[in-house]
Design a protein around this ligand. Structure first.
Ligand code: ARG
Length: 461
């Protein structure tokens, strides 16, 4: 049977139905170059242990380099009967080097330790790229924040006007979760660089090959302590799927706000033409499709995580073929983020804010009521009463269809003797914003500090 790695004990070849369900080359081919790098390292370990002569090692490396070149330019591709990328590449190696040499490479390793290691290598490399794309997004948020110093936004809780805040403060609040995602990727990397190579099928190798040699050739770290664990565990895959899902969720929250801000009713932002789409029937339409796709893809990223966890649940030790299902979810999460993040960053970097409209709306909806209460506390009124008095002022204004700064001095007095004209000092947006000087608060001095810290954190990654 061409290319099959396990024909020996079988009287008949595989049925077509088996071949169809078993096959993974349609998605694991992306591991081909990692597999060849692993094979070159494994050949070194075989030579170091005396299973290949120096000449054989040289010839093996030359054949693997030739195979790599053929894979790269498409002269070597998976054949219909290849079960997976590993068996296809062994077929390719034997085509180039002959069976006498090519047939020696598999000694002392199994596809089980091989695929566990290659998956880690693939994820580690793409994680670097994703981290860079997240950094780009954080930089775009930081740049927008810095260039809108002083711009006001109606801050919301429960989607209702709550307190006026600085736009830069709000944009920073979208950046910090992404910094934590970068930290997560950094922590995840420590666990993921541990190497399963050398674990064999599950029990380890009897050929005394040096697993450290292979690991260091591949840029991996220390071999895992337990060969069974090394071949059977996919927790670092699941952790990666979680981190990518969390990135999707963090992006989706900003996406949702941009969709809302971009409505006629809000009118807070305008999207750049290059980052919005039109309608095939309604000529006037300009749609925030990138933000909507971000919202949609976050669901898909969560699905990849939950699907993978369900695959892993209750699998007995050690390797089971179920584990072949580990790859598509994480590969998909990578390719989704690799298209989503650059588009999303471009949209964020180029969107423009209608700061006048945001500032005009910020004091409406009685968003300065907390400032009135806190001003009363500073005058010696206990907070319980201050809250009550401020609430009565809100009701007074709401009944008359006016805002908090509209009542005359006499009207203020009629609501409460404590509401002296001095209260007007906090009934302005600037007064309110700049009074919030507590740690992490919206006062411009605090926000400026925060943005400086954010810039330092960006430089870490
Ligand atoms: N293609 C398999 C996977 O992706 C690796 C092969 C292991 N197969 C086996 N029969 N032990 O997990």
């Amino acid at each position: 049977e061409a290319g099959a790695l396990w024909g020996g004990r079988f009287a008949s070849g595989p049925s077509p139905e088996l071949q169809a369900i078993s096959k993974s080359t349609q998605f694991d081919w992306v591991l081909a170059q990692y597999d060849i790098r692993g094979s070159k390292a494994h050949a070194k370990a075989l030579a170091a242990a005396g299973f290949l002569t120096e000449q054989e090692l040289t010839d093996m490396h030359a054949a693997l380099d030739e195979l790599s070149a053929r894979v790269f330019d498409g002269r070597f591709v998976a054949a219909e009967e290849d079960e997976d990328v590993h068996s296809a590449l062994e077929r390719g190696l034997i085509e180039i080097a002959g069976v006498q040499l090519g047939g020696k490479l598999r000694a002392g390793r199994s596809r089980n330790d091989q695929v566990a290691a290659l998956g880690r290598m693939y994820l580690l490399e793409h994680a670097e790229n994703i981290a860079q794309l997240v950094v780009d997004l954080v930089e775009a948020l930081h740049a927008q924040a810095v260039s809108h110093e002083g711009a006001i936004l109606p801050g919301r809780t429960h989607m209702q006007h709550a307190q006026p805040i600085l736009l830069a403060h709000h944009l920073g609040a979208h950046a910090w979760p992404l910094i934590r995602d970068l930290e997560r990727l950094r922590d995840w990397k420590i666990r993921t660089t541990a190497s399963p190579y050398g674990g064999g099928a599950l029990a380890g190798s009897s050929l005394a090959l040096d697993p450290r040699l292979v690991a260091s050739e591949l840029g991996l770290g220390e071999p895992l302590e337990n060969s069974i664990d090394g071949t059977a565990a996919r927790d670092v895959f699941a952790e990666f799927a979680y981190i990518t899902a969390q990135i999707g969720i963090d992006v989706s929250r900003l996406a949702e706000e941009i969709i809302i801000w971009n409505t006629k009713e809000f009118g807070f932002v305008r999207l750049h033409d290059g980052y919005s789409t039109g309608s095939s029937i309604m000529p006037q339409k300009k749609n925030p499709d990138i933000a909507e796709l971000a919202r949609g893809k976050s669901g898909r990223l969560i699905g990849n995580l939950t699907g993978l966890l369900a695959t892993l649940k209750a699998q007995p030790l050690a390797y089971n073929r179920d584990l072949q299902e580990d790859k598509e979810p994480v590969f998909d999460s990578i390719s989704q983020l690799e298209v989503l993040l650059p588009a999303f960053t471009g949209m964020v970097a180029t969107m423009t804010f209608n700061t006048e409209r945001m500032a005009e709306l910020a004091p409406q909806g009685f968003s300065l009521a907390t400032d009135v209460a806190e001003w009363l506390v500073k005058q010696g009124v206990i907070f319980r009463d201050a809250h009550e008095i401020s609430g009565e002022l809100v009701r007074y204004c709401e009944e008359r269809g006016i805002e908090l700064h509209d009542p005359s001095d006499e009207e203020l007095q009629s609501v409460s003797e404590h509401l002296t004209p001095g209260v007007r000092e906090v009934l302005t947006i600037e007064g309110s914003v700049n009074s919030r000087i507590g740690a992490g608060g919206t006062a411009s001095v605090r926000v400026a500090e925060q943005l400086a810290t954010l810039a330092e954190r960006i430089a870490e990654f």
